[in-house]
Write a protein that binds this ligand. Structure first.
Ligand SMILES: *Cc1c(COP(=O)(O)O)cnc(C)c1O
Length: 721
């Protein structure tokens, strides 16, 4: 046995451990430690999610058989899952609750390795007095659901030849990079959804109970269910992995995620649940545990809860490897008396990568690290190739959207001359021109497509005959039909156009992609944008010669590829392979991203049609918006206090609006204070000012659900006059 080797490995401090120095320091404010706890808890959840690789397949109820016995309403369910075919579950409810009483509190009951469904639910006499937990909790007033975990009884004894079925399953899952615990947790997450959606159940009052292996599953279910505040009672499952798997050898292979101990030990996982209600029970006469180790583990959990400003309830009881159902029932009675789970929040923005996408990024980063090619390598080449269908012209990857704008202006050579930008845009549009040595002048917008107003542009071009470039911005992902007039005017005067397409990856005008209209198109892959790489940009160019210039500017201005001579003041505007690893994964899913955004926008259109206080921005028919922003206007008669509205939506409804595009005009930024006199001559920018003041942007991102959208619209309806 390589026990000594193993001992060393198991003794290593997990990376996400609560740090001792921090525990000891009393000078830190409570808020600080709560914040640190929240950060660590999020990281623990993210690691658990990655290692568990749960295949989330919705469970459906294929058959229901209802009976009433011993004062309980019983539903025997045949549950169907596309990942593991069908299996049985049993729902119990107090008879006085069915069928007319209001929906009540509920508990998902997960038994241990040897627990059989019919014993948990009292369909057959339990082999142990506390085995029928589900039945006892139902008698205590809770709807319960338990199901057959499927790790016993499938193989006949001959074939098993004395081997443990759970062990055999765990080995086979390990072969696929998955785990038995991940599979069990997937079942439990599906069952939690079934229970939550049941007509007898109040969806905000649902808790989790687990015993032994079932407690491990309940713990991981609580970590991964995405609902905050779900109460968990875990019986006979506390200690350190070191004690359970090396000293006592009582740990089950279905109770751990392979690789977890590099990040967190068992008490850290429980601690990550804070401040959700938690009850831990352990027996001081349990031969599966070491009482001292269990106590120490419970103390670690308590510390994590204290850091989060909450309390974990721990019962060390004179029992063996069992459950004190009375304590469990008390716990749920207290914690489920009121809605426990925090109502869903709709954030302004959610950057979401599926676990499979995160794994793809990690694989690509690993390939880059293993090859030593960390920048300007195969990932960047692939990033440029994947972007090609969306950019309207060939493009070169660069470090950011701002770098893309600056390089375009450097290639054109704007120094000492004027660059025209819309007065309503992000600061970076103008800042790039300033850095490239130009004087920036502002132009008003039109209110249909939010592009530069053609008449205002004509006036500006007349007033500034030294204009070296015009930078239209596709605000909110709309390529304005007024772009045609702009292009015609610029062509007539021989002035190059640089599209600031930072908002507009995937957007079109008359089916032609943004980035393909001007001499250059600059895209950003900053995390808030529609396509993302962390930091990153892309510069499309209509001509191959220009694109070649872009490649030299981005690489310190080399006079030729690979040369050590430099003929222009280029910069380090390269994209790294590591960012390209993120960007390629995001681009591979981009057609789904775009379709999702458009479907969400169409649903907002429909939902808002009968909300009197708000009017969606009508996207011009020729524009295929990518809905970087879903823009709307509040009723013109309603005196608008946008900050107050946003605060009320957040505080009262958990709904955060997205950021505006934009709330300040460029001419009002301190950076441009010194040119106010000239700006006044170019102004007064009435339309841009009206837009900046009156629009709002609703949250819109691919992971937004229909339920989220209904919440947003209901919140608006109740806050608008
Ligand atoms: C985001 C953005 C940029 C800058 O992009 P970065 O990648 O952050 O440098 C430029 N212009 C507009 C309109 C933007 O929204």
């Amino acid at each position: 046995m390589q026990l000594r080797h193993l001992r060393g490995l198991l003794a290593a401090e997990p990376a996400l451990r609560h740090s001792k120095s921090h525990e000891k320091s009393h000078d830190k404010s409570h808020d600080k430690s709560a914040e640190e706890h929240a950060v660590r808890a999020r990281r623990v959840r993210a690691v658990v999610e990655r290692l568990a690789r749960v295949e989330r397949a919705p469970l459906t109820i294929a058959e229901t058989t209802v009976s009433v016995r011993d004062g309980l309403h019983r539903e025997r369910l045949l549950l169907e899952s596309s990942v593991r075919s069908s299996f049985h579950g049993t729902l119990l409810a107090p008879t006085d609750a069915a069928p007319t009483a209001p929906p009540g509190p509920a508990v998902l009951v997960l038994g241990g390795k040897n627990a059989r469904l019919d014993q948990l639910t009292g369909d057959v006499p339990p082999d142990h007095p506390d085995r029928n937990v589900a039945e006892q909790l139902a008698h205590a007033g809770f709807v319960t659901l338990s199901f057959d975990h499927g790790i016993g009884g499938a193989l006949d004894a001959g074939r098993r030849a004395g081997r443990d079925e759970g062990t055999l399953l765990a080995h086979a899952f390990a072969l696929t990079g998955r785990s038995l615990l991940g599979a069990l947790t997937g079942d439990a997450l599906g069952a939690l959804d079934v229970l939550t959606a049941h007509p007898l159940v109040d969806p905000r009052r649902v808790g989790l109970f687990g015993h032994s292996l079932g407690a491990a599953v309940a713990l991981h279910t609580a970590l991964l269910c995405g609902r905050e505040g779900v109460p968990l009672c875990a019986a006979s499952h506390v200690g350190s992995y070191q004690a359970l798997y090396e000293r006592l050898l009582t740990g089950h292979e279905g109770a751990v995620l392979p690789g977890i101990l590099e990040y967190a030990d068992l008490p850290d996982l429980y601690g990550a649940l804070a401040p959700a209600p938690l009850q831990l029970q352990y027996g001081t006469a349990d031969s599966y545990l070491e009482p001292a180790d269990a106590r120490a583990a419970a103390d670690t959990v308590r510390e994590a809860y204290a850091a989060a400003g909450a309390e974990a309830e721990v019962h060390g009881l004179p029992m063996g490897h069992g459950t004190h159902v009375g304590h469990a029932a008390d716990f749920f009675t207290r914690t489920l008396a009121e809605p426990a789970a925090r109502g869903p929040q709709v954030p302004a923005q959610r950057i979401h990568f599926e676990v499979s996408e995160r794994r793809a990024v990690l694989d690509r980063v690993d390939a880059a690290l293993a090859s030593g090619i960390l920048t300007q390598g195969p990932q960047v080449a692939r990033f440029e190739e994947l972007a090609r269908p969306w950019t309207g012209a060939d493009a070169a990857a660069v470090a950011s959207g701002s770098a893309a704008l600056e390089i375009a202006l450097r290639v054109i050579g704007v120094a000492g001359r004027t660059v025209l930008v819309p007065v309503n845009t992000f600061f970076a549009t103008a800042a790039a021109a300033v850095r490239a040595g130009a004087a920036v002048r502002f132009v008003d917008i039109e209110l249909d497509g939010l592009g530069m107003d053609p008449d205002a542009l004509r006036a500006a071009l007349d007033r500034h005959p030294d204009t070296a470039a015009v930078l239209p911005v596709h605000i909110g992902g709309i390529v304005a039909p007024s772009l045609d007039a702009l292009l015609a005017q610029c062509e007539q005067r021989g002035i190059p156009v640089v599209e600031d397409a930072a908002h507009a990856f995937g957007a079109t005008l008359d089916r032609r992609p943004a980035g393909g209209f001007g001499r250059f198109g600059a895209f950003s892959f900053f995390p808030t944008k529609v396509a993302i790489s962390g930091e990153g940009g892309l510069l499309s160019a209509a001509s191959a010669a220009d694109l070649e210039q872009v490649r030299r500017w981005r690489d310190h201005g080399k006079s030729a590829p690979g040369s050590t001579l430099h003929d222009r003041p280029g910069g380090n505007w390269r994209l790294s392979e590591l960012h390209a690893a993120v960007g390629t994964v995001d681009l591979e899913r981009f057609s789904r991203t775009l379709a999702a955004r458009r479907a969400l926008a169409a649903r907002y259109d429909a939902l808002l049609a009968d909300v009197p206080g708000v009017r969606p921005h009508t996207v011009p028919a020729a524009a295929g918006s990518n809905y970087y922003k879903y823009l709307a206007y509040l009723h013109p008669d309603a005196p608008l206090d946008r900050p107050l509205l946003k605060k009320r939506l957040r505080k009262r409804h958990g709904v955060s609006l997205a950021g505006e595009v934009y709330d300040h005009l460029l001419c009002d930024h301190p950076q441009f204070a010194s040119q106010r006199r000239q700006d006044a001559a170019d102004g007064p920018f009435h339309r841009a000012r009206w837009f900046a003041r009156h629009h709002i942007a609703l949250p819109l991102y691919p992971s937004l659900t229909e339920a989220d959208q209904l919440r947003v619209v209901a919140a608006l309806r109740s806050e608008l006059p």
